[in-house]
Design a protein around this ligand. Sequence first.
Ligand code: UTP
Length: 288
Amino acid sequence: MQVRSAVIPAAGLGTRFLPATKAVPKELFPIGDQPALQIVIDEALGAGIDHIVVVSSRDKPAIADYFERDDKLIAALDDAGKTDVADRLRAIGKDWRATVVYQDEPRGLGHAVGCAREAVGDEPFAVMLPDELMGSSALLAQMNGVCSSTGGSVVAVVNVPREEVSSYGVIDPAGELTADGVIPVKDLVEKPDPDDAPSNFILTGRYVLTPDAWTEIAALRPGRAGELQLTDALRAQAARSPFHAVVSDVSRHDTGNPLGFLIATIELGLVNPDLRGPLAEFLAELKH
Ligand code: UTP
C-alpha cells in the first residue's frame, strides 16, 4: 500500500539556535535558497508522498505562512519578468497537499506525531524529522517498500562507531542484515551506555509507521525528560509486530545544531549547480 502522508514535526523550541529561533523557526532557515523544510518536503514527494502534515506551534506562525499562496507577490514577479521565481512559488502546494496542525506545548516527539492523527487517518504514514536532511528520496522509498512487503513499521538507521551510540536511539536486531540493508528488529533502546548497546545502528530521523502506531502513541506516558517519546511507541510495536530497520546509505546532514547546519549549508551548496563553482573557489582560497 502506497504511503501517502508524511508527518513533519516542527513545533519544538529550537533552543540550540537561540536567539535566532526567537523570531524565525529553524525549519525555515535557508540552505542555499531553500528553507530546510522544503528540502524535506521534496524528499517526501520524490518517494511518492503527496500529503505533507506539518506539526507546528502557534508561536511559529511563519511555518503556516510558508504554505499560504501569495498571489500578489506571484503577479509582481510575473510582471517583472521573473517567471522562474514566480514558478517556484506557484509550485508550493501544487500537485500535493499541505496540512498544518498544532501542538499546544512541546511535550515530546511522540506527542507531536500524535497531533497529526486526524490529518493522516487510518493508513501507514512517514515521519520525517526536519533536522536531518537526506541526499535523496531513495531511503524513504525503500522504507515504504519494506513497510508494504512486511506489513510492519520501519525505521531508518545508520551504523556509527560504538562510542557514539550513547546520544541516540539504538535498535536491538532480531536477525541478520540482508543484502538490501534490511534488519529485523526486536526492541529499541534510548541512549544506551556503549558497553550495553545492543548494536551500533542508531535511529536517523525517518520512520514509516503502520496505523496501529496511533494507539501506541495515544497510550504513551511521560518517559525520559518527562516527554512523550516516540521511541516508546515503537518499542511497543516491535514487541508484537514485524518491525524492520533499513540501513541508510544516502548522504545525511544533521542541521539541528549550529555547526551541523553550517556544514550542511556548505555540503549542499557544493552540489547545487548554481552555487558550487563560486563556493568551491572560495573554499579553495580559504585553504591558503
Ligand atoms: P529536537 O529536539 O531536535 O528539536 O526535535 P527542538 O526541541 O526544536 O530543538 P532543541 O533541542 O530545543 O534545540 C526534533 C524535531 O521534533 C520537533 C522539533 O521541532 C524538531 O523538528 N518537536 C520536538 C516537536 O514538534 N515537538 C516536540 O515536542 C519536540
